[in-house]
Design a protein around this ligand. Sequence first.
Ligand SMILES: Cc1ncc(COP(=O)(O)O)c(C=O)c1O
Length: 365
Amino acid sequence: MNVPFLDLRRGFAAHADQFDAAFAEIARSGAYILGPHVRELEAAVARYVGTEFAVACNSGTDALKLALAGLEVGPGDEVITTPFTFAATVEAVEYVGATPVLVDIDPATFNLDPALIEAAINDSTRAIIPVHLFGLPADMDAIMALASRHGLVVVEDCAQSLGAELGGRQTGCFGDTGALSFYPTKTLGCFGDGGMVVTNEPRVDERMRQLRNHGLDGGGEHRMLGYNSRLDEMQAAAVNIKLPMLDDTIDRRRKIAARYNAALESTGAVTQATPDGTRHAWGYYTILVDDRAALAEQLKAAGIATALYYRKPLHRHEHFEKVCRWTDLSASEHAAERCISLPIFPEMTEEEIDYVASTTARLLS
Ligand SMILES: Cc1ncc(COP(=O)(O)O)c(C=O)c1O
């Protein structure tokens, strides 16, 4: 049997008629950018996440930039985040002219360890970016308490977590802003690039709306240096079609993860802990094993594709080594050396799920 790491064609095929009709309607409408489908999506995502506002933009990376710039984080500011994440988290900090300060992860959850944040805070610290890694909510109670004690703003990186919950609330509604990605591989993906920022603060919403469109205000005045970060109608329409199915697809991901967790329980693999009160969205299913090269090789020979998220923590990359500050990041390094991700997507067949679970368990026993 061959199991792909991800097969996006299956998701399209299941609703092809709806997508085809929407794309044809938009092509004929002549309205391609920031139109009615984008407005509908902004309202729907704000409702889903539980925030007042949502601002569509053209990627999760830009969502993070807008989320920081909207809060006026900039040169001279330090921003605390994790090194065990995708590059965009730290790039966004750099793009707004601030300095990324990396703090280590909790080895059980792979998320930013709140107990280590305080030691990294100084007079220049302005913001914290918790990443809900692989779809697991970070410890937002502890992080929000720290932020309020030190007068910091919080930008949630929800690129991998749309659909995850903490205490019955969606990720993205805890911080000052939350950045979402609609990149095709995400839990709610479109057919290109897309993103969104959610917030409850009207002033920040207004500022982000201007920033995404060249700093233009409603009266045609360029108020600030902005970006071209507009979402197009085709992508918005695709996400509008998929949003009502999101909870079902997350449930399916949870079932697959539960099968994998049960199969791997008696092996030496470290699975991602899900603390009480969290509902993981399982954007990725990542485990830590001592010899991941051997496991990847054996799974490949068995027809199972895997991926390495993330093979090196960011501070070990040539570029980020120069721009970030950090102290001890040994838990991140430990995880990056051992992590390997198994296929997890809602359209996997029962046979594929069983095959991945039993083969991985057998190879690790
Ligand atoms: C944690 C994290 N942050 C930000 C991003 C950036 O999102 P995008 O690819 O839509 O720019 C990603 C996407 O891979 C991500 O995984």
